[in-house]
Design a protein around this ligand. Structure first.
Ligand code: ZN
Ligand code: ZN
Length: 269
């Protein structure tokens, strides 16, 4: 089976530690056929939320070329980005993408609530009760729709991310059911705009989106799917990829996708 991990963070992400050659070496070690580096291309600095309108592409390219020369004959290495927080400033997101080298693949991600709640980073949500969780998730859904209307990416990343944080941090397991109408709106928008959806394995822990969301996507005509671990550390590279492939097969998918210069390449499951 062809194995590709399409969500990997290197040292040019604020929370990344591995260089691209280190990622490639580990990916070969765990038997992957292809990887795509998707560092955080954010419109804000994480520390103080100030605008961030530049990115260290020379360093990314230096690492990428080193990885290609060391390991390019043993694994396919693609260059992508995780476009984060475009919703906070679409002009900056446009600029960041304009100034990027040719990228194979872009994940569009929302990690925050909405403007009304100050684009609060949902990673820092607290254990405060259902009204609070609902407000955060509503804000997240609103910004996810705004991101989709902009649409300058290939797949939507980790749909329903707040549910993972609630489960991981507080052991609160919320089914996506109350938001299913809004999720359906998101999925329709993905299909209508010719975009795709990511299965994000959460480093092999809580896969997003859940199976009922995937089923709904398929029923609406959704086909395009990539799979990524969201690894920031060596031990998480490739985690959950085969399990996600099994899930897709079980739900009736025959193909998953990788990308080359923005064009999907389909692989049999
Ligand atoms: Zn993300
Ligand atoms: Zn990520």
């Amino acid at each position: 089976m062809y194995l590709a991990d399409y969500h990997l963070h290197a040292s040019c992400s604020p929370d990344g530690i591995l260089t691209i050659p280190q990622i490639a070496r580990q990916a070969i070690e765990v038997g992957l056929d292809e990887i795509c580096i998707t560092d955080h291309l954010d419109t804000i600095w994480w520390k103080d939320y100030s605008p961030r309108d530049s990115f260290d592409w020379p360093e990314v390219l230096r690492q990428y070329e080193e990885a290609q020369s060391l390991y390019g004959d043993r694994i396919k290495i693609r260059l992508g980005a995780e476009q984060g927080e475009a919703v906070i400033n679409f002009d900056i997101a446009d600029k960041l993408q304009r100034e990027a080298p040719p990228l194979d693949f872009i994940i569009g991600s929302v990690h925050t609530t909405n403007k009304k709640l100050g684009y609060f980073d949902i990673y820092y949500m607290e254990e405060r009760g259902s009204d609070y969780y609902n407000a955060i998730i509503d804000g997240y859904m609103e910004e996810t729709m705004n991101l989709l209307r902009w649409g300058k990416f290939h797949v939507l990343g980790h749909l329903m991310l707040p549910l993972r944080y609630l489960q991981r941090r507080f052991g609160i397991v919320l089914p996506p059911d109350p938001w299913m109408d809004r999720i359906e709106e998101v999925l329709r928008c993905i299909v209508d705009h010719g975009l795709g959806l990511e299965i994000n394995t959460g480093t092999g822990t809580i896969h997003l989106p859940s199976e009922d969301v995937l089923r709904r996507y398929r029923r609406l005509g959704g086909e395009l799917i990539t799979i990524g671990s969201d690894a920031h550390k060596a031990e998480h590279i490739g985690a959950g990829i085969t399990q996600a492939q099994e899930t897709l097969r079980r739900l009736g998918w025959q193909y998953f996708a990788t990308f080359e210069q923005g064009k999907p390449i389909f692989h049999h499951l």
